[in-house]
Design a protein around this ligand. Structure first.
Ligand SMILES: [Zn+2]
Length: 406
């Protein structure tokens, strides 16, 4: 099967994940896809194909050289975002895109426009796979799956390209933050790996946020408002006072690049009790730690004024993989070289979020992220240029080749 047919076949599987089921995989559709994929991997000639009960599928492309080459891995996720349906995806190919608006669904007036998505104009003259406006596309991350499988098939058909042992893995539940949780790094047995889960062509990422969540609880005292003087303590008003002590501009809507933030994601309460939930994000570990200290400091300030009112619980969620990747920077340089070898300009940028690769890096498998080619993830405007998927496939082949040359 060629790359595009393969991709179109994969998006026909409904693999939307669900954060509420508490199962792994979180939805049965992911296992159905994993089973079909396992058959395909065997059929194209990969070995050591294993699929565990949690939906983690692994396989091997054996080395075809006697040279001692490190084992490297490629990883993509099986699931699609819970944000939008992935059932009955019916994609369409817009050939030789001319730069105009693309009507995805006429009856519901869903139109993909360069005026709203200017990145479209980077792909004039290319062939775009788009949705029918009713579901997401699932290029995140079935483009990555299709690219990895196609690259393995290509390497099997081209034994003149020498490479070491390559491991591939396809995991469930990335979109609900659990893709790495049950990933058996030891069984995978690679020295390092790459997730094929980035966006636009050229993207290469090895930095992500450090992340924590903080819950600040304020206890008040309710009294009949007519008799409340010097007696009532209104926890809502105290929580509000707390919230406005934080730097006003250090929020997601005012930051970009390497700028961190405090993000108030929920404010729930009544006079008796109010709970604020913040997420804290920063690429820099020291600044990240200072942000957590600042929240604790403000909690003490509130307690100076209202003794015993405020309490805080902070828990770390994930860390920046940079500290695990920097000591082995050659694994990033290898990707830049592989991209240049196939005329792709590497675009290194910090991820303003987390990645499965970050968690895997802290589990002992350094794991930068490479573009899979899609754009506008998690919604009906998602699309992927076929030429970007082809380049991603070539990048995988080049990485395999260049790792064996070094
Ligand atoms: Zn993804």
């Amino acid at each position: 099967m060629n790359l595009v047919d393969r991709f179109l076949h994969y998006v026909s599987f409904d693999t939307q994940s669900d954060e509420l089921t508490n199962m792994t995989p979180s939805t049965p559709g992911q296992m159905v896809f994993a089973q079909a994929l396992a058959e395909e991997l065997k059929q194209i000639g990969l070995t050591e194909v294993t699929l565990d009960d949690n939906g983690y599928l692994m396989a091997t492309l054996p080395a075809n050289t006697d040279k001692k080459v490190p084992v490297i891995g490629f990883i993509a996720h099986l699931d699609t975002s819970p944000d939008m349906s992935g059932r009955h995806v019916s994609p369409r190919i817009v050939k030789n895109y001319g730069g105009a608006d693309i009507v995805l669904c006429a009856e519901e007036d869903v139109v993909l426009k360069p005026s709203e998505f200017p990145e479209l104009l980077h792909y004039v003259g290319q062939d775009l796979i788009v949705t029918d406006g009713k579901t997401l596309l699932g290029a995140d991350d079935k483009a990555g799956v299709a690219e990895i499988v196609t690259a393995m098939e290509y390497l099997l058909a081209h034994p003149e390209i020498k490479h070491g042992k390559i491991r591939v893995a396809f995991n469930p539940d990335e979109e609900i933050g659990k893709g790495a949780h049950k990933f058996d790094v030891k069984a995978f047995g690679a020295e390092w790996a790459y997730t094929m889960d980035g966006g636009e062509i050229g993207e290469l990422e090895y930095e992500n946020f450090n992340a924590a969540v903080a819950r600040v609880t304020f206890k008040g005292r309710n009294v009949h408002p007519g008799y409340a003087k010097h007696k009532m303590i209104n926890s809502i008003r105290i929580a509000n006072q707390y919230a406005i002590m934080l730097p006003r501009w250090e929020t997601p809507e005012h930051t970009e690049g390497y700028e961190g933030f405090y993000h108030l994601i929920s404010f729930e309460g009544n006079v008796e009790k109010t709970v604020l939930t913040y997420i804290i994000r920063d690429h820099d570990r020291d600044r990240f730690e200072r942000r957590k200290k600042e929240l604790e400091h403000l909690t003490r300030k509130i307690n100076n004024e209202f003794p015993g009112c405020a309490s805080i619980e902070i828990s770390d969620q994930y860390y920046n993989m940079r500290e695990k990747v920097e000591p082995v920077m050659h694994i990033v340089d290898l990707v830049s070289d592989a991209m240049r070898a196939v005329d792709v300009v590497p675009m290194v940028k910090p991820v303003r979020g987390g990645t499965d690769g970050a968690q895997l890096s802290f589990k002992g498998l350094p794991c930068p992220n490479i573009f899979a080619g899609g754009l506008n993830f998690h919604g009906r405007y998602e699309f992927v240029p076929i030429q970007s998927m082809e380049k991603a496939t070539e990048v995988i082949v080049q990485i395999a080749r260049m790792a064996a040359e070094k």
